[in-house]
Design a protein around this ligand. Structure first.
Ligand SMILES: Nc1ncnc2c1ncn2[C@@H]1O[C@H](COP(=O)(O)OP(=O)(O)OP(=O)(O)O)[C@@H](O)[C@H]1O
Length: 238
């Protein structure tokens, strides 16, 4: 299957620190790729460079063969990329529906169409019955689902999820894993930054391990998590 997303030689420096060091990555439609690695390994910075929130110092990002390296996030969004953030930031006083309408309007300027897209995204994540509540009423698991609904309302072809499972209790975690599996089964490509290895093992088709900004291992979840270099990277720094 041809690649949907491809990154070549992606490099981000902060002063003397190379936070992302010549990373190569490709993602096919429907594929779940997990970026893992110890704290400070460069996962979020790599995400930021892929989605346009940080401009890389070197390298290239392609979406369906088109060079998007210089494009700002909103233009990448228009081309089919959507992301969630490590800390969810809903408009607390707005209703759950209105929170999802904001991204839906980016693609659909007409109210009726935007609302249909927003309601469908809420339905998808199991929040349809909360549409009229203020976002501030939602518990952590539902706030995470709201973040997903906001991303889905952008009608992406590739979703970037930054630690969407952190802090979830076991039933909420299992629900999220099932939901993401279903999405990928429908052809959605997903790139995850995730610390919960149990979720990575269950979800990822391909795991990329970063340490000090560089890829130190990649492959199937089982092979990667038993790789001595990976174990060493985790034990050596945490
Ligand atoms: N804006 C910035 N300015 C300077 N240094 C930064 C900046 N953002 C990140 N860094 C540094 O870059 C390195 C990679 O950070 P990053 O947050 O990408 O790692 P991470 O793997 O996502 O970590 P965590 O798992 O803790 O979220 C770290 O050393 C961090 O301190």
């Amino acid at each position: 299957m041809p690649n949907l997303l491809k990154a070549n030689d992606l490099t981000v420096r902060f002063g003397g620190l190379t936070a992302v060091d010549s990373v190569e990555l490709s993602v096919a439609p429907g594929q779940v790729v997990a970026l893992i690695g110890p704290n400070g390994a460069g996962k979020t910075t790599c995400f930021d460079a892929l989605t346009g929130f940080v401009q890389p110092d070197a390298g290239r990002v392609e979406l369906e063969g088109r060079d998007v390296t210089g494009l700002p996030p909103f233009e990448r969004t228009r081309l089919g990329m959507a992301r969630t953030f490590q800390t969810e930031r809903p408009f607390e006083d707005l209703s759950v529906l209105r929170n999802v309408l904001v991204p839906a309007f980016l693609r659909h300027p007409g109210r009726a169409e935007a609302e249909a897209v927003a309601r469908s995204a809420l339905h998808r994540v199991g929040l349809a019955d909360r549409a009229d509540q203020p976002a501030s009423d939602l518990n952590l698991a539902r706030r995470r689902r709201l973040e997903l609904a906001k991303a889905l309302a952008l009608e992406p072809r590739i979703l970037f999820l930054d630690e969407v499972m952190a802090g979830l209790n076991p039933p909420a975690l299992a629900e999220m894993i099932k939901f993401l599996r279903d999405l990928s089964g429908e052809g959605m490509a997903i790139v995850l930054v995730e610390h919960i290895l149990e979720a990575v093992m269950q979800l990822a088709d391909h795991v990329v391990v970063l340490a000090s900004g560089a890829v130190i291992a990649e492959g199937k979840p089982d092979a990667v998590t038993s790789d001595p270099a990976v174990i060493e990277a985790y034990l050596g720094t945490e």
